[in-house]
Design a protein around this ligand. Sequence first.
Ligand SMILES: Nc1nc2c(ncn2[C@@H]2O[C@H](COP(=O)(O)OP(=O)(O)O)[C@@H](O)[C@H]2O)c(=O)[nH]1
Ligand SMILES: [Mg+2]
Length: 255
Amino acid sequence: MPRLIVALPAYNEARGLPPLFREFERLFRRLPASADPIIVVVDDGSTDRTAPVVRLAAEKGVPVRLVQHPQNRGLGEAIKTGLRAALEEARDDGDVVVCMDADNTHPPATVVPMLEHIAEGADMVIASRYRRGSRQVGVPLFRRALSFGARIVFMLMLRIPGVRDYTCGFRAYRAGLVRRALEEYGNDLITRNGFACTDQLLVNMAALGHLRIEEVPFILRYDRKHGASKLHLGVTVMETLRLLWEARGRLRSRP
Ligand SMILES: Nc1nc2c(ncn2[C@@H]2O[C@H](COP(=O)(O)OP(=O)(O)O)[C@@H](O)[C@H]2O)c(=O)[nH]1
Ligand SMILES: [Mg+2]
């Protein structure tokens, strides 16, 4: 059984993390001991009680490690820190790194089918809002429209085989893929600001070539979110357009 490493970028998620940890504990009890799961929380300069909440959970026996940015550096930097920390925890390139939101809207139970797909040979598994069985609970209409618009634009301009959901940050990666991507791109693995970082990570990994990318349905529980979304709309849209512009030629010229 590969090791399961969960990377959670977190900015002011003191309210979302405790219920998320509880669900992960339930999931971990269902996994064989050899999965030896661990959660890495990247506290990106939070101004709330994110760090104490993580420390308390660790004291209570949740297998969680805290990594901190002294100042807020944004989601993309937090994801890179999380992926690097995840590789430190990995023992083998066959281990599995799951990255997801820390706001308790991405259900940990979805990790089970993700692990199955990786065991069957996938390099990346995306939790997708656009598969049979997917649902979005409590997502404002505007946000749905935005994600759907992104889906259409990405499909028209890039069309990565197997991918319908280009902008969801809930994904599982084979540890060897994360290693390869960091070796190939270094710090340039993610350079886009706002939430375009998620799409850039996918595009850069896909450009490595010869990947098996698969999707599983999931239920986005936006109704469980506390507080406002941290989406910076203007930045994210502009940075997404820049990404599409840069990536177009690169992915098209792939064999
Ligand atoms: N590290 C870091 N994470 C962020 C930042 N902004 C948002 N996030 C995290 O990115 C994830 C997505 O943000 P969220 O507000 O849930 O966006 P939404 O669910 O798409 O509305 C959450 O886990 C946030 O904690 C940031 O500036 N730094
Ligand atoms: Mg979220």
